[in-house]
Design a binder for this molecule. Structure first.
Ligand code: FAD
Length: 407
């Protein structure tokens, strides 16, 4: 929400060079880059520290993104603990097909649960680099973005008073349900949307992975996915109607459907376990263009959502954060605005590349169960091409790993 001027109750207004709204992977990475360069900044977060350090979401991180974290001193624990994956497996028409993407690209995936990454980033930003973070804030509002003297206000969780913070720049990193995106005045930004018209039941099972790689099952009953998260926890997905009620998916039905949709000749049986997360994600995407307005810069899901079809959202959030953090440091410490002026266009090139790949992959995943023989036939042709044509295989591998362009 935008307001012309904040009505503050707090006695003294504080000032920070950068106020970051949202302590997800994007916001914490921007904050950590700023602190490493000695830039003062404040992170505002609606959740508690315990909450954000336990919230499970992504797990597949592209190698260039981990190298980007490493270059900025943010990957030490990840590199010690993460698994690496070099292959994935497609299962369709009762058969399994291994796809060795590292052989084709020299690049691999890291498997590291998002909550572990957030835990590492909070520690680095706040405990190691001395960054300030206020948890539990309410009703965040942005003011005067075009004035050259923007400010951010919020309700303090302890006093209930509205506090005001003057900011040189505002980084809008508050995810898909945040408020910073709404500060872009209508007519100054375009929002492109796509709705896939289907849902995924996102599951976390207290069970070891059933396979040593990510598995995609294309089945007439719907897509199913298997993704390792840790030696004890595995993520599974089941395609379902959009808006479906997770209560429609009791334990027995979930495992019966996973067994059926991921079944293939010679496939090892699934290792079953208690379901510790069951939520329905409606598959939709959006892209906000441009990703900047005045002194506000959006990053991550605040600017663009990619349904987890291609496991790209966290990777894009990190790409934005690297560019934004580096651009803000250059502007604030050297007076060099080049990075910030090119920020939106550079981010959007990768965003649209990943959006298009998700769209393509959705056809491959969901065509078989579409009920439309034409789409089902096209999906099968798309799948077979990956194993018949070295050129198609390489193109897929590059897009799956995001290694065509570098971060
Ligand atoms: P977020 O992680 O959403 O962080 C935003 C932060 O802002 C949150 O902490 C939130 O509490 C806070 N906030 C919200 N509103 C406000 C406010 N008004 N004021 C202050 N703070 C606020 N991506 C991948 O790349 N690979 C994967 O394997 C993958 N798997 C996924 C699986 C699932 C089930 C889901 C749901 C997503 C997955 N994603 C994946 C996507 C990935 O999780 C997101 O793209 C990523 O979290 C985006 O990071 P972010 O920092 O932009 O936003």
């Amino acid at each position: 929400m935008t307001a012309a001027s904040p009505a503050a109750n707090s006695a003294a207004t504080q000032r920070f060079s950068v106020v970051v709204v949202g302590a997800g992977p994007a916001g914490l990475t921007v904050g950590s880059i700023l602190r490493a360069a000695g830039v003062d900044c404040l992170v505002l977060e609606t959740g508690t520290r315990a909450f954000i350090e336990r919230r499970p979401r992504a797990g597949v991180i592209e190698e260039w993104a981990v190298r980007g974290l490493e270059r900025r001193g943010l990957a030490r624990t990840l590199l010690e603990r993460a698994q690496t994956h070099t292959e994935c497996e497609f299962r369709f028409a009762g058969e399994r097909y291994r796809f060795a993407y590292t052989e084709l690209t020299g690049s691999h995936h890291y498997i590291y649960p998002q909550q572990f990454l957030v835990t590492d980033l909070v520690r680095e930003y706040a405990d190691v680099r001395g960054g300030e973070i206020r948890f539990g804030v309410r009703d965040v509002r942005l003011h005067g973005l075009e004035s050259g003297r923007p400010s951010v206000s919020y309700l303090c969780p302890d006093s209930g008073e509205r506090c005001v913070v003057d900011a040189g720049f505002v980084a809008g990193c508050d995810g898909a349900r945040g408020v910073t995106r709404t500060a872009l005045p209508p007519g100054r930004a375009r929002v492109a949307r796509h709705d896939y018209g289907l849902g995924w039941l996102a599951l976390l099972a207290e069970a070891p992975p059933s396979c040593d790689c990510v598995v995609f099952g294309m089945h007439p009953r719907g897509f199913a996915g298997h993704m390792a998260r840790s030696p004890e926890v595995t993520r599974y997905y089941l395609q379902c109607p959009p808006g479906d009620d997770p209560e429609n998916w009791p334990h027995e039905r979930v495992w019966a459907q996973l067994r059926e949709r991921l079944g293939a000749a010679g496939a090892p049986p699934l290792k079953e376990g208690r379901l510790i997360e069951r939520r329905v994600l409606d598959m939709h995407n959006y892209v906000v263009e441009p990703m900047a307005f005045g002194r506000l810069f959006l990053a991550g899901d605040a600017a663009h959502l990619t349904a987890p079809i291609a496991a790209k959202g966290l990777n894009l959030a990190l790409h934005d954060a690297f560019l934004l953090g580096d651009g803000l440091v250059a502007a604030l410490t050297k007076g060099d605005d080049t990075g910030l002026s090119g920020y939106s266009a550079t981010c959007l090139a990768r965003v649209w590349d990943y959006q298009e790949f998700s769209q393509w992959l959705s056809g491959l995943y969901h065509g078989t169960a579409s009920g439309d023989p034409y789409r089902a036939g096209a999906a099968l042709a798309r799948l077979r091409r990956l194993f018949d044509s070295p050129v198609a295989a390489r193109a897929f591998a590059e897009q799956y790993l995001g290694c065509r362009t570098t971060g």
